[in-house]
Design a binder for this molecule. Sequence first.
Ligand SMILES: [Zn+2]
Length: 128
Amino acid sequence: MRSRRCPCGTGLPLAECCGRLHDGTATAGTAEQLMRSRFSAFAVGDANYLLATWYPATRPRTLDLDPDVRWTALDVLATTGGTLLSAEGTVEFRAHYVRDGAAGSQHENSRFARDDGNWRYLDGVSLT
Ligand SMILES: [Zn+2]
């Protein structure tokens, strides 16, 4: 069986890209890496990873993923901070999906912060 391409769009197999973060063998060095891994988690339906990478203060108690939405592609548009040496960062992105056969996209600026040294998703602002 051929290995699945990572949904985040690097062109790498999932197991060599965001899959390493999903299974805990690697951690995100930058906010963008975490953002990409969270998009891939949406794409593969890994709600536990999404909750685990949410900043504790803003994390919902539960997360229900919409089974009618299929996440298809990610465009990272801009980043601020979020480097190996940063404590905070933002990632602006457009995430593409298909719902009931219709294509759509979500444009958002997400904020990330470190918790105990690890990058976590803080919150996001929808852009149009
Ligand atoms: Zn990836």
